[in-house]
Structures are given as structure tokens and as C-alpha cells.
Design a protein around this ligand. Structure first.
Ligand SMILES: C[S@@+](CC[C@H](N)C(=O)[O-])C[C@H]1O[C@@H](n2cnc3c(N)ncnc32)[C@H](O)[C@@H]1O
Length: 351
């Protein structure tokens, strides 16, 4: 016989009492939205917690919302969970529903290395998920435990494993090779949680083929991902050029640094920022952007607004989009005039 029940968003679901019973300080909480993390912390009173986040925007929102809720927790922004000290007694992972599978695998692998011997790894989701975690925990930790069948938790996912022994670090990464026109071929390293894992985005290619960069130009790559577009801009800017890379994701910035060096970018700087702060304002000849579409186009709006502040009066701005109406209107509002180039199914708005 089937049973029906309403699925609540994770952040409204009660944390199973078993989690509070099993959790020991210090605990690391992996990723999660601010409301999910706060909800979990409220169910774990008195716990000493470190919240790992990769994205500056999410991390800073979490810090602000923790302060508002009167909760104390350490928020660490980094490219890798396993760079935290391996001293945690508990690691709690509340995976995003439908989130990137490769990132989930990467986080489980990294969690192993931040647990002390005998430490506990917990996966909790109010949804009945696929078999990914059962097999994965078995593979990484050797054994996986679930609540008893009569515990009433058969519509949710709660799994745990204990760290015992040593395992080598498993890195999840893919490299891809790209060539633009008759320029040299470049190799890029990418990792889960960054755009776009393992392949060169077609919109990015369209942007790189259309942008005009002159020798000696100062170029700003806004929302640089793993740095592909800025690297291709540097091929045109040459050794007297300069590339500034900005992204809100710490892992993206770490990869950009590797990719810029590996592909011979002569002079560059990187900033992990969610507000496009860090690079020198009024100084760029070219600004390039391939903004994300989530958050109601608000990131595109931010990029457009900040691009204007970053550019010299003669500077050129190139933004690639599949939503030319919204972005085009915002660019016109900000810059006064703009033109659009259709290429490879994308629109590159130039101002
Ligand atoms: C569509 S991806 C483009 C990545 C890369 N430029 C490319 O074309 O392949 C958008 C990038 O913007 C970054 N991003 C999102 N919000 C941001 C913000 N507020 N500030 C800076 N970067 C942001 C994301 O982390 C992501 O790397």
C-alpha cells in the first residue's frame, strides 16, 4: 500500500533527533543554503560548528543570517573542504536536491579527510534520494549505517559512517583542450562545483570569438569561472596586456590561477568577490562577462553596473546572453548605447 506525504523544503523539515544524539563537537557542516544551515544549528544547541562554503555570496549571507539569528558558528570560505584541519568529530552533509552529482561525490571524499579517527559522517535529506550515497559511503568509509526499518524514516535519507584508518585523497577533476580561431590550443583544469565542469561552454566560445582585444589592453573577466575567457583575451592582449579575474566561487578562483599560469598569461590578478570589488575602477579597456541566468538576472545586472564603474571612458564591454531583451535593456540604461552580435545561437551585447 502506498502512503502519501507532503514534501517540505529541507529548511522547514525537522532534523531527526538521531542527528542531535549522534553529533559531537566540533562539527563541520558542508555547504547548504543559509536557512538550511541555520535550521540545522537551531536543532543542535551548544554545538561548536564550522560551516564550509565555496561561494562568497552564500558565505557572507550565512554570516549575516547567523548574526541575525543570534547563532555563533565559524564560516569558512575555501576551495576545498579537506584544507580544513582534520579534527572534526562530526561532519554533517545536507545535499541539495538535484544538485551536481559530481560535487556530492567530491564532498563525501573530502569529508573523510577532515574527520578525526572514529569521527562520524552524517548525510541527511528529507527526500528519498537515489542510491548514490549508500554506495558512495560504503566505498569511501567501508561501512554505511541506516536507521532501523521501523523508525518511520523510510521516506527520508539518513545515513552515517565512521572514519577508521587512512585513505588516499581522491581528486575529482577533468581537463579540456580548447582552441579559438588560429590561436594556440589551451588546456584547462576544471573541478566539480565550477562552471562548466569538464567542457568549454558554447556561450563562452561565442564571446571569445566576438570580443575585440588589442595588444596591451587591460581586460577584466567578470564571473571568470575557471578562467577560460580571460586566458583567450590574454592571447590577444599579449605580454604587455593585463588580465583581472573575478568570481564569487573560491574553487573557480583557485582553478583560474592554475589555468592562467599553465597557459602563460604574463600578468594577471584574481579576486574572490560577489560584488565585483578588488580590481581598480576606471582602469579597464575591455570587460567580458558570461553571467549566470539564475536569481532573476540579478547577477547580469550587477555585472553590467560594475563593468561601467571598472572601465575607462573608451572601454568596451562584451556580455554574452540568451536573454538579450533583459540584458540589452539593462546595458542600454547603463551605457546609453549598445549593439548586438548574433553568433552560435547566442547574443553578444557590446557597449
Ligand atoms: C555562466 S558562469 C561563466 C563562467 C566563465 N566565465 C565561462 O564563460 O565559462 C558564471 C560565473 O559567474 C560566477 N558568479 C555568480 N555570481 C557572481 C557574483 N555575484 N560575483 C562574481 N561572480 C559570480 C559564477 O561562480 C560562475 O563562475
Amino acid at each position: 500500500m502506498s502512503r502519501r506525504h507532503r514534501i517540505k523544503p529541507l529548511n522547514q523539515s525537522e532534523l531527526p533527533p538521531l542527528i542531535a544524539e549522534k553529533t559531537r563537537s566540533p562539527v563541520a557542516i558542508i555547504l547548504g543554503s543559509p536557512s538550511e544551515v541555520i535550521h540545522a544549528l537551531e536543532s543542535l544547541p551548544g554545538i561548536e560548528a564550522t560551516c564550509f562554503q565555496m561561494d562568497v555570496f552564500q558565505g557572507e549571507r550565512l554570516r549575516a543570517e547567523l548574526a541575525e539569528a543570534g547563532l555563533v558558528a565559524n564560516v569558512v570560505l575555501a576551495a576545498d573542504l579537506w584544507d580544513l584541519p582534520g579534527t572534526f568529530q562530526t561532519v554533517l552533509f545536507m545535499p541539495a536536491r538535484g544538485g551536481e552529482r559530481e560535487l556530492k561525490i567530491d564532498m563525501v571524499d573530502q569529508a573523510y579527510h577532515v574527520l578525526r579517527q572514529g569521527g562520524l559522517f552524517l548525510v541527511w535529506s528529507p527526500y528519498q534520494t537515489d542510491d548514490l550515497f549508500t554506495g558512495l559511503l560504503k566505498k569511501v568509509f567501508g561501512k554505511v549505517h541506516t536507521p532501523p526499518h521501523d523508525s518511520g524514516m523510510d521516506t527520508t535519507t539518513l545515513l552515517w559512517s565512521v572514519r577508521a584508518g587512512e585513505q588516499p585523497r581522491r581528486r575529482h577533476e577533468l581537463t579540456f583542450q580548447v582552441k579559438i580561431g588560429d590561436g594556440p590550443s589551451c588546456r584547462f583544469l576544471s573541478r566539480p562545483g565550477t562552471f562548466s565542469y569538464g567542457k568549454f561552454d558554447l556561450g563562452a566560445r561565442a564571446l571569445c570569438e566576438v570580443m575585440q582585444v588589442e595588444p596591451g589592453d587591460r581586460v577584466l573577466d567578470l564571473g571568470c569561472g575557471v578562467g577560460t575567457n580571460g586566458v583567450f583575451a590574454s592571447q590577444k592582449a599579449g605580454e604587455n596586456g593585463f588580465i583581472s579575474f573575478v568570481d564569487s566561487n573560491h574553487r573557480a578562483i583557485a582553478l583560474t590561477e592554475l589555468n592562467a599560469k599553465a597557459n602563460g598569461v604574463a600578468k594577471f590578478e584574481t579576486f574572490a568577490s560577489s560584488t565585483v570589488t578588488g580590481p581598480q575602477e576606471d582602469s579597464f579597456d575591455v570587460v567580458i562577462a558570461n553571467p549566470p541566468y539564475f536569481a532573476n538576472n540579478s547577477i547580469a545586472q550587477l555585472f553590467i553596473h560594475r563593468a561601467k564603474a571598472m572601465m575607462t571612458p573608451q572601454g568596451r564591454f562584451y556580455l554574452v546572453t540568451r536573454q538579450p531583451e533583459e540584458s540589452g535593456a539593462a546595458i542600454l540604461d547603463t551605457f546609453g548605447e549598445a549593439e548586438a552580435v548574433e553568433h552560435r545561437g547566442y547574443t553578444i551585447v557590446c557597449a
